[in-house]
Every structure is written in C-alpha cells, then in structure tokens.
Design a protein around this ligand. Structure first.
Ligand SMILES: Cc1cc2nc3c(=O)[nH]c(=O)nc-3n(C[C@H](O)[C@H](O)[C@H](O)COP(=O)(O)OP(=O)(O)OC[C@H]3O[C@@H](n4cnc5c(N)ncnc54)[C@H](O)[C@@H]3O)c2cc1C
Length: 329
C-alpha cells in the first residue's frame, strides 16, 4: 500500500476543507476503500476520515418519508423499526449483503459508492477500462459469468455490486450532497452512470462532494415489498441476480408495482418497462413472466452470462408471486 496522510474530520466544514486537497478521499466504514488501497487500485494521497461526523440519525419526515444520515451503519438501518415496517425491501436488501461484521462498519454513503467486484477490475495484470481508461475490457472474451446483461457497453460489462442501492432505486430515494459550492439533491436514478465510453466515471458525484444524507419519500406500496437474491452461496456472496419488488393487487389486478434488479445491470436497475407492462394486468404468473420478458428484451449477453436472462425472469416471477400470495421470504 502506498503511504498517505490521514485527517480525522470533526465536522462537515472541516471535511469539505480537507477533501479539497489533491488526491484526497473520504473514509466511511473503510470496508471497500481500504481493500482497494491494499490492491493498489485506489491510491489516495490523503484519507479524510468522516466517521466522527454527526450524520448518524434516522429521522421521520412530516410527509411520511425518512431521512437517513450518510454515516448510519448498514446494520443500524436494517434494524430500524420504521424501515422494517414501511420499507421492508430496504431492510431485507441490506441483510442480504456482506456479513454482520461488515454491515456493522459499512455506512450508507460508502455503500452507494462501493466499486464493482468484476474480476478484471481487481486484476492488475488484466486490461480494465474502469481501472485504467483505454486499456480494454478483460471480461469481454474472458471469464464473464458475473458480468452485466443490462446497460453494458463495448467498453465495460461490470455489474454494480450494491444490494442496498437496488432497494433505494425501487424507493426513488434522493441523495443529498454537500460541497464548498453548497447543497444539491440527486435522484438515485441519476446518481450512478452507465459505462458508455467512460466506465471509469461511475457516479455524478464530484471528487470534493460529501454525501450527507439519503431521503426516502413516502411509498405506501413499499409496505408490501421484498428483496430476493440469488447467489452462488447462501450468504456472504454478491448477487448473480437480485430482485426488489413492491406490489399492490386489487380484485386480482395489479394496481401498483415497482421493480428493480441487481446483479444484472451496470448500475442499480429500475425495471420501468416491466412495471409499465404489468400495471393493470391480472396478477398471475403469466403476466409476471411477460413483464419480465419485456424488461429483459434489452439484455445483451455473453456466452458465460446468458443464463442470467432466464434466471432474472424466474426470480422476478417468484418474487411477485411471493408478494401476491403473501408467502414467507
Ligand atoms: C467480503 C465482502 C463481501 C461483501 N458483500 C456484499 C454484498 O453481498 N452486497 C453488498 O451490497 N455489498 C457487499 N460488500 C460491500 C460492502 O457493502 C461495502 O464495502 C460497504 O457498503 C462500503 O461502505 P463503507 O462505509 O465501508 O465505504 P468505504 O470503504 O469507507 O468507502 C467507499 C467509497 O465511498 C466513499 N465515501 C464513503 N462515504 C462517503 C460519503 N459520505 N460521501 C462521499 N464519499 C464517501 C469513499 O471515499 C470510497 O470511495 C461486501 C464487502 C466485502 C469486503
């Protein structure tokens, strides 16, 4: 690991001052950044430790939404009563990620910004346009079982790894960020970027911007929501496919539905086409299958990851059936 300076920021103002120095990076729980520093993928000059900032509250908002401080630990958020009752999909998504020890350290801000687990991103000897822009993509023509089928480009097929971000995408969360230029609020749908020609640009966040909070709007349908994750091991593994879903059925007809996917997209994937197809149709397995197929029609597969199309379809159907029938998770 390359040597670096360490600054512990006591308040937001000093964090913003410290991050202005060339090559500085924030440190939340450190569970991703420190690994990347060990692998020499990230080589910051200065680490600005923000773990002491007073951004650790979960507050109910007057409109029925919830404001979550950026330094709330993942385990705390998943255990919070209001989250478990009003947004069960979020609590479940977090609990499907990493391990209890990691969730105790990981923060909301850091989770949103965790970097891909693509094998070629981690392999210094391999080309990777995300790690070294212009070097090529080792996954194309390489071992690509864990790569994306939605939102890919000829320059990158890496998936976004976060489970939490998939649930936040379903919930239309807003991300609040602060810098010396002031505060801005970014809808999560606009926060993560598609790889296009610049896979190294992963979010719209500037290097000197601090995530201060995530806000959830009131989402009544989310009371009936679920997160289902398919992976190679039952725990401590990233998603091959995951589905976040919220559903309201009235007289056998789908009144409201929200769907988001993980493990298949280059960013947390809101399945808007599936939502459009499903709304107003009978809540049956056939309709669920048709909606899934409509979304997955845009999939671009490689020989190694082609299985994800069928797996995603079946996982969407199974999750919606669970929500319709009220069977246990
Ligand atoms: C073995 C292992 C298994 C895992 N399995 C899963 C899994 O199954 N599912 C899953 O979703 N995740 C998984 N994770 C990833 C884990 O969820 C992330 O490492 C964690 O959420 C990152 O949060 P952090 O606070 O530790 O981030 P850090 O490592 O501190 O930071 C990550 C990035 O965010 C930046 N940052 C942090 N906070 C802020 C802020 N407030 N404002 C601006 N920038 C900020 C940092 O500069 C850095 O670039 C796994 C991790 C490990 C090590």
């Amino acid at each position: 690991m390359r040597s670096f300076s360490y600054v512990s920021a006591p308040d937001v103002e000093s964090a913003l001052t410290a991050i202005a120095s060339e090559g500085a990076k924030f440190l939340g729980g450190g569970t991703n950044l420190v690994d990347l520093m060990r692998e020499r993928i990230e080589q910051p000059e200065t680490i600005v430790d923000i773990s002491r900032l007073p951004l650790t509250e979960i507050e109910e908002l007057p409109d029925g939404g919830v404001r979550i401080g950026a330094l709330v630990r993942n385990s705390h958020l998943a255990a919070h009563r209001v989250i478990r009752v009003r947004y069960p999909v979020l609590a479940q998504a977090i609990l499907h990620g990493a391990s209890a020890q990691l969730r105790n350290m990981a923060t909301v801000g850091g989770n949103l910004l965790q970097r891909t687990r693509c094998l070629y991103f981690y392999d210094e000897a391999a080309p990777c346009n995300k790690r070294v822009p212009g070097s090529g993509c080792g996954a194309l023509g390489g071992f690509a079982r864990n790569t994306a089928i939605l939102g890919t480009s000829e320059h990158c097929v890496a998936t976004h790894p976060s489970d939490m971000a998939v649930a936040l995408t379903l919930l239309d969360a807003t991300i609040e960020v602060e810098s010396s230029r002031g505060t801005r609020r970014i809808p999560i749908a606009d926060f993560h970027c598609l790889p296009g020609e610049t896979p190294d640009v992963e979010t719209v966040l500037a290097a000197d911007e601090l995530i201060t909070a995530v806000e959830l709007p009131p989402v009544p349908v989310a009371r009936n929501s679920r997160y289902r994750k398919v992976r190679d091991r039952a725990s401590y593994a990233f998603a091959l496919v995951s589905v976040a879903a919220a559903l309201e059925v009235e007289d056998g007809v789908v009144r409201t539905v929200r769907l988001a996917l993980g493990g298949v997209g280059t960013k947390p994937w809101r399945a808007r086409e599936a939502e459009r197809v499903l709304t107003g149709t009978p809540a049956t397995a056939d309709s669920f299958r048709q909606a899934a197929d409509a979304e997955l029609a845009a999939a671009v597969t490689l020989p190694d990851n082609a299985f994800k199309t069928g797996l995603a379809q079946r996982t969407i159907v199974a999750t919606l059936r669970q929500l319709t029938e009220g069977s246990p998770a």
